[in-house]
Design a protein around this ligand. Structure first.
Ligand code: FES
Length: 225
């Protein structure tokens, strides 16, 4: 038998094998996203919480729980101290031991005519007995504040010169209290004067009478006797 001619399919040329490419490295940002997706968060707050010692679960990056507790206790202690101080001030208030404005200075018979200085230092007044008052024109008593009407110094009584003389700027006052020399702009002031129930002379420094206001004619400014 004759051999049948063989039909050969054209041979496909051999394709050279291509070497597998190594996987390209992914950028860092893509890796981070992948990591997050995998449930492994790497944010700064999470890292602080992760690295915090056991027992400190505050996620604040600035102050831990102990810091806030200390601050709260400090404020609480300061508030309590303030309350205690206020209570102390309430329990022990400042007391002003001012002398009373009303007081007695003895009986009229204890006084001679003229200026009496017994109560100048302790009570701040002169008691004056006159035979003919400047304002009332009858015998009796009046009391003068021992305060200069210029700037408040205490004048001296100069019996030899029959006048009050201020040592500060030289103002002079008559026994009546009328100013006549120096810078004092007005007379000395008189206090209220009366007789107490026991017959003593009562002085009330809570009430003053000014001559320039016409107050020396007030009956309470003079004790006729
Ligand atoms: S205070 Fe008395 S004259 Fe000035």
């Amino acid at each position: 038998m004759a051999d049948e001619p063989k039909t050969h399919a054209p041979e496909t040329p051999a394709v050279p094998a291509v070497a597998a490419k190594p996987a390209a490295a992914k950028p860092a940002a893509i890796l981070d996203n992948d990591t997050k997706l995998a449930g492994r968060t790497t944010s700064p707050a999470a890292r602080v919480a992760k690295e915090a010692p056991a027992g400190e679960d505050d996620s604040s990056p600035l102050m831990g729980r102990r810091g806030w507790m200390g601050l709260a206790w400090g404020a609480f202690t300061a508030a309590n101290a303030g309350c205690l101080a206020a209570t102390g001030r309430f329990m022990f208030p400042n007391v002003l031991n001012e002398p009373p404005t009303q007081f007695t200075v003895g009986f009229p018979a204890d006084y001679g005519v003229g200026v009496d200085e017994r109560f100048k230092d302790t009570r701040g007044v002169w008691i004056v007995r006159t035979e003919n008052d400047y304002a009332h024109e009858v015998p009796g008593f009046y009391a003068l504040f021992s305060i200069c009407t210029h700037l408040g110094c205490t004048p001296n009584w100069l019996s030899a010169e029959n006048k009050f003389k201020c040592p500060c700027h030289g103002s002079g006052f008559r026994p009546t209290g009328i100013n006549f020399e120096g810078p004092a702009p007005r007379p000395l002031e008189r206090t209220r004067i009366a007789l107490a129930e026991d017959g003593q002379i009562l002085i009330d420094k809570g009430v003053k009478f000014q001559e320039e206001l016409g107050a020396w004619t007030n009956p309470d400014s003079f004790l006729p006797l």
